[in-house]
Design a protein. Structure first.
Ligand code: SF4
Length: 242
């Protein structure tokens, strides 16, 4: 009996790993807006990274359940015009918005976010990367207003922020994606974030180790791969001497 359970855990873990690999396929996603360009570059190049435990991936997945519940509530209120809508087909960018709702005869794009409750209690403005994501959705769906609806993970507290379409912000994100596309074509690793390693993204980054090897400035991907190989050879040599 115990053996069956071990097999099931492996199957579930693999399911989460496959889901992660699917997310990493070669396209920018609306959810990449505001993210470290170097991190996105490494994802595209399938650079070596620290494995994210399936346990952590399952924690992320809890956010999906929050989304489902909030969506059910919106449907019950009869205000949903569309849900889980893919952005109009783009060559390089993919993304799926949570919902479009009608309130007092006005259309709003809605994006749900689940977040640590303590952080949510202190928040008096939405996170900038979330605003940029909504800006992109508004841009692609040609809508003027969006709502970022946050739910606290531990206390289910709700907080909402109105986001008005700002063409400049949306276009800036698209320009950033274009710049990164050029980096990818030229095989040129983007610069490190200027506040590395304090930036919160660095704290959770699976590429932190190779990012340190790369250093602050741009570097050719081929050159970095050689450095990573040298580093790994010298580590195995020193292990061998122990
Ligand atoms: S460690 Fe920080 S700067 Fe380096 S790739 Fe990750 S997020 Fe970007």
């Amino acid at each position: 009996m115990a053996k069956t359970l071990i097999m099931l855990k492996e199957i579930i873990d693999k399911y989460y790993q496959d889901k992660r690999d699917e997310r990493d396929k070669e396209k920018f996603y609306v959810s990449d807006a505001g993210k470290c360009p170097r991190q996105i570059f490494f994802k595209f190049k399938k650079a070596p990274r620290k494995e994210m435990e399936p346990r952590i991936l399952r924690i992320f997945d809890q956010g999906d359940y929050v989304h489902l519940r909030l969506m059910r509530d919106l449907f019950s209120l009869g205000i949903v015009v569309a849900s889980e809508i893919d952005i109009p087909p783009q060559e390089d960018i993919g993304g799926r918005a949570d919902a479009i709702v009608r309130i007092n005869n006005e259309l709003y794009l809605v994006d749900f976010k689940s977040i640590n409750s303590t952080i949510l209690q202190k928040m008096d403005a939405p996170k900038e990367e979330h605003v940029l994501q909504v800006q992109l959705y508004l841009h692609f769906f040609k809508l003027k207003k969006g709502i970022l609806l946050y739910e606290g993970k531990d206390n289910s507290m709700l907080k909402e922020f109105l986001v008005e379409y700002d063409e400049k912000k949306a276009k800036k994100v698209l320009e950033d994606f274009n710049r990164l596309k050029i980096n990818l074509e030229k095989d040129l690793v983007p610069r490190q974030l200027s506040d590395f390693p304090q930036n919160w993204q660095c704290q959770y980054c699976q590429f932190r180790e190779i990012c340190e090897i790369a250093g602050r400035d741009n570097i050719q991907w081929e050159e970095l791969k050689k450095k990573i190989q040298e580093e790994s050879n010298s580590e195995s040599n020193s292990e061998g001497k122990k």
